[in-house]
Design a protein around this ligand. Structure first.
Ligand code: PHE
Length: 340
């Protein structure tokens, strides 16, 4: 009988499983009420006295072994499950890492930069927090000038001098003129800020691209040809008109409309039935501005223009609400794929 117990010991030692059910079956087989161990204990009385000691010892060995085996195997399974709890199921396929796309504002900005780069314009940038001089005074908007009200300024500091969030990127053009003598051909893309109510049509933060061209004998017809070239490239439309307007830093000033057409219902809606759409402001740089920036207005003349990128992007992509640009809704952003 001792031999029999020893062969069970071998069996127990060899047993291995990672299945809870198998381990439980194994436990019942050896340690259960009607299990092998109890069978042996039951016959203990009948064991001859001289064998009792060894029988008992071997049987206890079997019992300890089986108990430890069951405990160890169960623990192993439980600790694996804990690991899964921390790391998740390590055999699951990875989350697909989506490839991002450029923001529509960046796409349109880059298109505008490229169109002007092709005719020799470089890109200039400047600070978003500006002083009064670069945002207003140098641009022929002295203190108390009524046109300052048009700009709905956010002030960062009022005393001892005004520090503000730039209301247009014309401030960058002032900086550029202060540091560079003509010929100047530069565009200034950037974020601007105006204290306006947020609605589907306007936002207090938006983006502009402003352009500046200064050289000898620059005329209004140069401005018009440049704008015509630009609208052809960007919109594929070749009919524009210039309406007289007013900006303190340009004289004469104009508002640029493109002929969008009246083919669809949307065309009717966005052009209010006229077929024309306003896309930017422009004009000949006021001699006072040149003087303020240490450029001789007797020798040089130039033109400037400025447009809102959101407005252009809304037209190009037929987006009805400017707030879409800032909500970071992935379903909106994913629709814009571009190589530029
Ligand atoms: N700075 C003007 C604006 O923000 C746009 C503009 C720029 C108009 C250059 C004329 C010339 O509205």
């Amino acid at each position: 009988m001792i031999q029999e117990i020893k062969s069970h010991i071998k069996e127990v030692e060899a047993f291995a499983s990672e299945e809870m059910q198998q381990i439980e079956e194994f436990r019942i087989k050896y340690l259960g009420k009607k299990g092998i161990l109890n069978d042996f204990f039951k016959v203990f009385k009948e064991v001859p006295n001289n064998e009792k000691k060894e029988f008992g010892k071997t049987l206890n060995q079997l019992k300890d072994l089986a108990t430890n085996k069951v405990n160890n195997l169960k623990e192993a399974i439980e600790s694996k499950q804990e690991e899964k709890g921390i790391y998740g199921d390590l055999t699951r396929p990875a989350e697909p890492a989506g490839i991002g796309s450029r923001h529509p504002i960046s796409i349109v900005k880059n298109q505008i930069i490229e169109i002007f780069a092709n005719i020799g314009f470089n890109v200039s940038e400047g600070p978003e927090i500006e002083d009064d001089w670069h945002n207003f005074t140098a641009l022929n908007l002295p203190e108390h000038h009524p046109a300052r009200d048009m700009q709905d300024t956010f002030f960062v500091q009022r005393d001892p001098k005004d520090i503000l969030l730039r209301t247009h990127t014309s401030s960058v053009q002032v900086r550029y003129m202060e540091e560079n003598q003509p010929p100047i051909r530069t565009i200034s893309p950037g974020r601007v800020f105006r204290n306006e109510d947020i609605s589907a049509r306007s936002h207090c933060i938006f983006h502009q691209v402003e352009g500046l061209y200064i050289d000898k004998n620059v005329s209004f017809s140069d401005l018009k040809q440049t704008l015509l070239y630009f609208t052809k490239q960007l919109f594929g439309k070749s009919k524009i008109r210039l309406r007289p307007s007013y900006f303190p830093f340009t004289e004469p000033s104009a508002e640029v409309d493109i002929y969008w057409g009246l083919e669809t219902e949307t065309d009717y809606r966005i052009t209010k039935g006229t077929g024309w759409l306003e896309i930017m402001g422009c004009g000949m740089v006021d001699p006072n501005v040149l003087k303020n920036c240490k450029i001789d207005p007797e020798k040089y003349s130039g033109f400037a223009f400025g447009m809102g990128i959101e407005r252009i992007a809304m037209l190009l992509y037929q987006i009805g609400d400017i707030r879409m640009f800032y909500e970071n809704d992935i379903r909106f952003l994913e629709q814009f794929k571009s190589s530029i």
